[in-house]
Design a binder for this molecule. Structure first.
Ligand SMILES: NC(=O)c1ccc[n+]([C@@H]2O[C@H](COP(=O)([O-])OP(=O)(O)OC[C@H]3O[C@@H](n4cnc5c(N)ncnc54)[C@H](OP(=O)(O)O)[C@@H]3O)[C@@H](O)[C@H]2O)c1
Length: 309
């Protein structure tokens, strides 16, 4: 398992993350089996959000009820959560950020969140409020580090007018098939190509320039929660042919190839898995450090329908 380190965090950060958005209906035993498969595969990083589970803190509470970490286990993992999405509105006020982070700690049954992300950009964001909340949480030892999710470069810059805590992470949607943040740059400056439309104002290059780690959510989804491309031969026959060929060549499952397409990128991204299936966790983790060649990476890119102009 490939790992990196983040400032202010002692545990190594695996480049594969287990996301816990889909555990609402799972039993405690099944959650333990899922988390156990992740730990056995070398995954040290767990992703939550206050909003997962349909009501505030439901999935965090499911995790907290099922998983008891000894002090040494707690020191060897990174637990991340998010704040900002509320029922019908988004809220980056100081009061809400602090209150929700404290409720996340209670639900998860831990003393400190390793990383707290702002979930989706709040149209009414006031950077001073965010800065005050982050400083308060950091000073109280309740959050060690901070980041954002689904933020454009200028939204990050706006926050940085007031926020002095480093923003380490931007969690964004990325899979082979939902890859505009990579594909737009490949077809820069082309007339009349949909792929050339930059939908995020250069998140990829901005993050590389500023050492912000991108975390890829929904790595197997075709688009926005509309099913997985793996095995979808009706819409992605060529892509599945290439994935299956490479999976056989590397003696791994197709999930590992889909993961490796992201981890092979030199931006050192992390991949946030959403599976609830321990076998798929293990199969996906095999893509952590799988050395796809440049040619193989581009074959997957074009087989998914992206163009090389
Ligand atoms: N920051 C954000 O805005 C944001 C948004 C969404 C999600 N997230 C994070 O990202 C994580 C991952 O998101 P996601 O769950 O959408 O990602 P995903 O891993 O692309 O999708 C997981 C879903 O796909 C199914 N699946 C995976 N491989 C499959 C296969 N080979 N065949 C059939 N079904 C397959 C899983 O079913 P099984 O459970 O049966 O394997 C599960 O329902 C979440 O847990 C959350 O932590 C963040």
């Amino acid at each position: 398992m490939k790992t990196t380190t983040f400032p202010d965090l002692t545990a190594p950060a695996s480049n594969i993350i287990l996301g816990l958005m889909r555990i609402t209906e799972m039993s405690d035993d099944d959650i333990r089996a899922l988390v156990g498969a992740a730990r056995d595969s070398g995954i040290t990083f767990f992703d939550h959000a206050d909003v997962y589970g349909g009501a505030p803190h439901v999935c965090e509470q499911r995790f907290g009820d099922a998983i008891t970490l000894s002090p040494s286990e707690r020191e060897s993992v990174i637990i991340q959560s998010k704040v900002g999405i509320r029922d019908g509105f988004w809220d980056f006020s100081r009061e809400h950020i602090v209150e929700s982070a404290e409720q996340s700690l209670t639900a998860l049954g831990i003393e400190t969140l390793d990383i707290l992300l702002l979930h989706r950009p709040d149209a009414l964001v006031e950077p001073d409020e965010v800065a005050a909340a982050f400083d308060e949480l950091k000073a109280a030892g309740k959050v060690s580090a901070f980041g954002v999710s689904n933020h454009t470069p200028m939204q990050v810059e706006l926050l940085k007018k007031s926020v002095t805590q480093p923003l380490l992470v931007n969690q964004v949607q990325l899979s082979i098939t939902h890859a505009n943040l990579i594909a737009a740059g490949v077809s820069a400056n082309m007339n009349g190509l949909d792929q050339s439309i930059d939908r995020d104002n250069g998140i990829l290059d901005y993050s590389r320039v500023n050492d912000i780690t991108l975390q890829a959510w929904s790595p197997f989804q075709k688009g926005f929660f509309d099913g997985v491309f793996l095995g979808d031969r009706e819409h992605y026959a060529e892509l599945n042919d290439v994935i299956d060929e490479l999976a056989a060549a590397y003696s791994v499952a197709p999930e590992a190839i889909a993961v490796a397409w992201i981890t092979r990128h030199p931006a050192n991204m992390q991949v946030v898995l959403g599976t609830t299936n321990p076998r798929r966790v293990r199969d996906s983790a095999a893509g952590s450090d799988l050395p796809l060649t440049r040619q193989e990476w581009y074959r997957l890119f074009t087989a998914a329908g992206h163009l090389l102009p």
